[in-house]
Write a protein that binds this ligand. Structure first.
Ligand SMILES: C[S@@+](CC[C@H](N)C(=O)[O-])C[C@H]1O[C@@H](n2cnc3c(N)ncnc32)[C@H](O)[C@@H]1O
Length: 194
């Protein structure tokens, strides 16, 4: 990884930590994933050789950079969806700094609307939006997910109660295999088997 990108990630991590310490309301914070989850996503995209990647919940692009660097190595494309225009602006600046503008397509708007019209198949999905929407997103994503494709859903430990229905569903689903990866705020790793 280039030194400028490492510096950028460290800077974003410090800003996110500062926002949490100051108690800035959740709706105004960047709410980034933890660095170990960033590395996990980066390794997983490379290990699965995924080339068609979707992220729901870009924020300022912190997780997008981790995903985007792996996507770039795989010569793939990452589509990332974000509804908040302020965060879209920040993400665009950060993706430019990370040299990812040709790898990442950032679509502004409600992901529920975007996914209904997006004609694309994915082999890797990272889900990190509002917790009450995860199941709805799952049903929107699943027909677009290739067999052998994976969904990683963030916050299943930190928001265990809110995400219980989602976790129960993916674990009981005959079309998926699913397991908790206990890093960061808890990642549910789900494989589409049929
Ligand atoms: C937890 S943050 C994402 C953090 C980001 N993945 C990271 O680690 O850097 C969730 C983001 O999802 C966005 N979001 C929530 N609901 C959305 C929707 N329906 N469509 C698109 N974006 C949405 C929020 O604006 C917020 O920026």
């Amino acid at each position: 990884m280039k030194i400028e990108v490492i510096d950028l990630l460290i800077d974003l991590e410090a800003k996110d930590a500062g926002e949490r310490v100051k108690g800035i309301p959740s709706s105004l914070r960047m709410r980034n994933i933890t660095p170990d989850v960033g590395l996990f996503l980066n390794i997983l995209v490379k290990a699965t050789k995924a080339t068609s990647i979707l992220e729901i919940g870009t924020s300022n692009g912190y997780s997008t950079i981790w995903l985007g660097l792996a996507t770039q190595e795989n010569n793939g494309q990452l589509i990332t969806l974000e509804v908040d225009p302020r965060k879209v602006k920040l993400a665009k600046e950060n993706l430019e700094k990370a040299g990812l503008v040709n790898t990442v397509k950032l679509i502004e708007g409600d992901a529920k609307e975007t996914l209904r019209i997006l004609e694309k198949e994915f082999d890797f999905v990272f889900l990190d939006a509002e917790k009450e929407d995860y199941l709805e997103f799952f049903h929107l994503i699943f027909p677009k997910l290739k067999i052998g494709g994976v969904i990683v859903a963030d916050n299943v430990i930190s928001h265990a109660e809110d995400l219980k229905e989602y976790v129960d569903f993916v674990r009981a689903n005959p079309n998926t295999q699913s397991v908790l990866v206990p890093i960061g705020r808890g990642e549910e790793l789900t494989l589409k088997i049929r």
